[in-house]
Design a protein around this ligand. Structure first.
Ligand SMILES: Nc1nc2c(c(=O)[nH]1)N[C@H]1C(S)=C(S)[C@@H](COP(=O)(O)O)O[C@H]1N2
Ligand SMILES: [Mo]
Length: 229
């Protein structure tokens, strides 16, 4: 049963627990490499693969947050742990930029091919975390091992799971927002480039009254237990 919750953002319903969700749930979560890295690409002087344990050491923080899927369900009260993206950007990424590059967009890619693109200003918000722990335990495959982005002020599709690559771009990367496979399955989903939950930025063109029921239906087909949990 889903319960209406006054504290949720507009158009969202709380679900019980924290379901695994994604564009291709028939596939199991991707296998995690023995020594996972964060590959840094794009407008950097040299491409570099940073071992995750180095990325995830300094500046660790807890973040209590809800996750709002654009399809209309919300999971509430998760406690993530990791390093704010702004810290990683300041200490490990910005110093590696090619001189004179003005980064505008950041792309995060997961091991399953999924990716999300954020405006740099959205990625640098204080609630945006690179997380490797959830509720006191290392992230499991369902929720994004070995590393995921957590951007609670944006819809869930921005929070790429299984992140092993970050690209710094000086203009919007074209046609990269999702993998080809994902685009085919989610052809209806024009993904709003900013996806801010409070502004209900669900779709770049269509009005929310139209997209809400369609997204909700899609979500129910992807996870049949969703609206009954
Ligand atoms: N790598 C990857 N990240 C992803 C997805 C995906 O399919 N693959 N789905 C996104 C969507 S649409 C949502 S709502 C959230 C769901 O996160 P959860 O599975 O931890 O609930 O992950 C996002 N990140
Ligand atoms: Mo989602």
């Amino acid at each position: 049963m889903t319960e209406p919750q006054g504290s949720l953002p507009p158009g969202q319903r709380a679900v019980v627990g924290f379901p695994r969700f994604g564009v291709d749930l028939r596939r199991p979560p991707p296998a995690v490499p023995d020594d996972p890295v964060l590959a840094v690409r794009g407008a950097v002087r040299l491409p570099v693969d940073l071992p995750l344990h180095k990325v995830m050491t300094d500046g660790r923080q807890d973040l209590e947050a809800d996750l709002h899927c654009v399809a209309g369900w919300s999971a509430t009260g998760m406690v993530w742990q990791g390093v704010p993206f702004a810290t990683v950007y300041r200490t490990l990424l910005r110093p590696r930029l090619r001189p004179g590059s003005e980064v505008t967009h950041v792309l995060f890619r997961g091991l399953d091919g999924f990716c999300s693109v954020l405006l740099l200003e959205d990625a640098l918000q204080p609630d945006v975390l690179l997380a490797d722990r959830l509720d006191g335990r290392p992230l499991d495959g369902d929720h994004g091992a070995p590393l995921r982005l957590v951007s609670p002020h944006q819809y869930g599709y921005v929070s790429t799971k299984h992140v092993t690559r970050v690209e710094l771009h000086t203009q919007e990367p074209v046609g990269l927002r999702t993998s080809r496979r994902a685009r085919v399955r989610w052809w209806l989903l024009g993904l709003h480039p900013r996806a801010r939950v409070q502004l209900e930025e669900r779709h770049p063109q269509l009005p929310v009254r139209l997209v809400r029921p369609v997204f909700r239906l899609l979500a129910g087909r992807i996870r049949r237990d969703l609206w009954r949990s």
